[in-house]
Design a protein. Sequence first.
Length: 397
Amino acid sequence: MTASVLIVTIPPLGGGVPDKTRILARHLRDIGHPVTVAHYATLTDYPDLVAPCWQWVRGKRPALRRGECFGDVPCIAVGCALPELEFTYYLPSAQWRDVIAAHDRHIAVGGTVMVSHLLTTLGIPHLVWCASTMTADRIDRRRAMPAARRVFDRMVVGPAQRRMEKRILAGPARFMTVSSYARRTLVAAGGNDDCFTTLPVPVDPARFTPPDREPRSGVIGFAGRPNDPRKNLPMLFDAVRILRDRGNNVELHLTGEANGDLDRAAKALEIADRIHWQGWLPDDGLPDFFRSLDVFVIPSFQEGLNIAGLQAMASGVPVVSTRCGGPEDYVIDGETGFLTDIDAGNLADAVERLTGDRQLRSALGANARRVAENDYSLEGFHRGLATAWQDVWQEQP
C-alpha cells in the first residue's frame, strides 16, 4: 500500500515556503501518495482557532479546522494556546499528536527548521526541507518590531526558539536545504553535515520561458512580500532614485501591494511615478510578469534561496542581487547577473550596466536561462528527494 504523507508547515498563505509545499505535495500525489498538509494556525490569520492568554484564562481552548489548500489538497489548520509566544506553534498538543499519528511518512517544510519540532519531540524519523537558521531568519524581523516587542523577543521568544532549533538539529531528521548557504549556516548552528543534503526549489522551464521579443529597456522587477523587512525594499527605492537622477529611464514593477511606509518612502524620494505595483498575481500570472522585465533585482539582507530569482532567470532575465546568501548559488557574477554589496549605489551601478548594454543584457539573460534549466530542473528535484527519502525510510518514494 502506498504510504500516506503528512507535510507539516507554516500557513500556506503566500511566499516561498507555500511554493515549496505546493511543489512537494503535487509531486508526491503525482507518484501515488495520499498527501495532507497540516499547518499551525496563527493569531493574526486564524483567531478563531487559537487561545491567546486573555481568552485562555476565560476557558477558550485551541481548535482544529479541516479544508483544502493549493486547490484540492486536504489541509488541516491546528490551533494552539498562547500563540503570542510564537514557540507554542511548535509544541505537540494532543491535536497535533492525533494528526501526526494518522500518517505513515512525515515531511516538515519551513523557512527555518522550527516546524520540525513537532515531529522531533515525538521521536519520528522525518525529512525537513528548510532554508535558514532561526537567527538569520529573525534578525531583520526583530529590528522592525516595536521596542517592547523587540525586548520580549530577545529575552523570551528568541532563547526558547534557539533551544528548539538545537534539539531539532540533533534529532532524528534528514535535512534538505535549499542552498549551499542554508546548509553551511545550519551546520554551523549545530547540525551534523552527514545529515544534510542540498535540494533547491525547482523551477519549471516549460512554464517560465523567455519572451518572443526583448522586453522594454529599463523595466526592473521585484517579487516577494513587500512588508518583510528582510527584503530591504527601501534600499531598492533609493537605487531607483539614484538611477533616475543619473538620467536613466527606469521603472520598478513589483508584485503585491504597497503599505503606507513604502508609499511614503516613494513620495519622499519623488519616485512614486516610477513605482508600479502589480497586485498579488495568481500562479498563471507570474510567467508574463517575469517576461516583461529587463532586469530582476533582489535587494535583500538575507535569503535562503529566493525562488523568484530563479523564475526570472528561467524567463531569460538576468538578476542583480545583494550578497545575501541563497542567490549566490545561481547569480554568477558577470555570467547570469551581478552580485553587489548591500548598498543602493552598488545596486544602481549593476542595474545601469545591464540596462545600458543591450548585448551584455542579452548574453547574461541567455546564460541565466541555461543555468535555471540545467541546475534547477524538476527532474533534479525528483532525484534529490528520492535519495533523501531512501536515506530515511530505506525505500523509494
